[in-house]
Ligand binder design. Structure first.
Ligand SMILES: [Zn+2]
Ligand SMILES: [Zn+2]
Length: 146
């Protein structure tokens, strides 16, 4: 997610908050920035430990609530977590995920082929497709070396 420089990210945050009539607080900025900076689709706990470094007084609950609010206003997406905790994704463009079965990392990738999947009739008969994301599971190079 290093595609968007910091200023562009803040613009996205401001626009979405304004639309939802939410104030752009320092807490919201910090949570959003740390989420965007992390490539790994962090959980609320992970975002909290990142935000705490620059904002020691913030509570885990505030971080959690902020992320849920972001999800409600469509600023971030809640993604499949492969574990107990929800993971958050600030990347709203069409993309797919590669998940490491060992360390739980979830990284983004794009693929023209996967973005134009042909779906079976039984699916398209019953569903209007809104979004298609492929999740691949593997073992990342760091975990493979262990
Ligand atoms: Zn790994
Ligand atoms: Zn993603």
């Amino acid at each position: 997610m290093e595609k968007h420089p910091q200023k562009a990210r803040l613009d996205v945050l401001r626009t979405r908050c304004r639309k939802a009539r939410l104030r752009v607080t320092p807490q919201r900025i910090a949570v959003y920035e740390e989420l965007c900076r992390s490539r790994n689709h962090p959980s609320a706990e992970q975002v909290y430990s990142l935000v705490r470094r620059r904002m020691p007084t913030i509570s885990p609950n505030t971080v959690n609530e902020t992320l849920l609010t972001f999800a409600q206003i469509g600023l971030v997406e809640v993604i499949e977590g492969f574990g107990s905790s929800r993971r958050y994704d600030p990347n709203l463009t069409v993309h797919h995920h590669i998940h490491c079965a060992e360390c739980g990392a979830i990284l983004d990738f794009t693929s023209e082929n996967l973005s134009h999947l042909e779906l079976p009739d039984e699916i398209t008969r019953e569903f209007e497709i809104i979004n298609a994301r492929v999740v691949i599971t593997g073992i990342c190079s760091t975990c493979k070396k262990k």
